[in-house]
Design a protein around this ligand. Structure first.
Ligand code: MLT
Length: 262
């Protein structure tokens, strides 16, 4: 089922009376990146996945986004759907949104799954890379940037084994509205560092990282997990930055084992 909430395309599967899980995708993707998890979990959980403003089916508008406005969108979805203490599950940029959402309103959530993400804000080099990406999209169009960025996201195993899916992903993201993609880049460039808050997370947390993740590598994620009281840290084999897509069986099992303990 699809609903438009505050201009955002929100997709729901499962019985709304069950415990809800909100899936927040990474950049430059859309909610379909969680398909394997939603398919597996929607018999027992109410699965809510949405396209972040400006990506996928959610219109770009003026492209003037901040991490705060992304969290405002998340909050409006929770309120509009009347979700009671949902579990948050965010990958990479979705993880940045999740961490900032916890900092702002941890009491609204019952647990968090952080996949292939980090708590640190962009350093100077990272900010310059975002600026160069925006300039490149302005001069060359979105496709060359999307191809290079997405190629770095996936591990070799997936790129060889699921070549068609990988190429379809590049084609899909290349067709997104460049205004929305640049808006996400600006929101990530301007986001706050949430590292100080990690020790204040009191809800159960699972931290997942692809063993070959080049963007948020295992060492970075392990150090993040160690700062969250009682967090579980799991490395996913045969996977780069997009572990829920690259190794869905292992990611699903890891999430289900975590959920069973709640
Ligand atoms: C993502 O997957 O969301 C991006 O890699 C995040 C980023 O560029 O920092």
């Amino acid at each position: 089922m699809k609903e438009i909430i505050n201009g955002i395309s929100v997709f729901m599967e499962g019985n709304s009376k069950n415990q809800s899980i909100i899936f927040i995708h990474g950049f430059p993707y859309d909610s379909t990146m969680w398909k394997a998890q939603v398919d597996e979990l929607s018999d027992k959980y109410f699965c809510v996945a949405y396209d972040i403003r400006g990506l996928g089916d959610s219109p770009a508008g003026d492209g003037q986004y901040t991490m705060e406005s992304f969290v405002d969108d998340l909050e409006s979805i929770i309120n509009e759907l009347g979700l009671d203490k949902p579990i948050l599950c965010g990958l990479s940029m979705g993880g940045y949104i999740s961490l900032r959402a916890l900092e702002r309103m941890q009491n609204k959530f019952s647990a968090v799954v952080l996949c292939d993400t980090r708590s640190e804000a962009d350093n100077s080099e990272g900010k310059l890379k975002r600026a160069a990406a925006i300039k490149r999209i302005n001069t060359e169009g979105l496709a060359p940037f999307a191809k290079e960025f997405i190629t770095n996201c996936y591990g070799d195993h997936y790129k060889q084994k699921d070549k068609n899916d990988f190429e379809n992903q590049i084609a899909k993201s290349s067709a997104f509205d460049p205004i929305g993609v640049k808006g996400s880049l600006l929101a990530m460039l301007g986001r706050n560092d949430t590292t100080e808050y990690l020790s204040k997370i009191k809800i159960p947390a699972l931290v997942i990282c692809g063993e070959h993740d080049a963007l948020t590598p295992p060492l970075v994620m392990k150090s993040m997990a160690e700062k969250i009281n009682g967090a579980e840290f799991v490395i996913i084999k045969n996977s780069g930055h997009m572990s829920p897509i690259e190794n869905p069986l292992e990611v699903n099992k890891t999430i289900i084992d975590f959920l069973k303990k709640l």
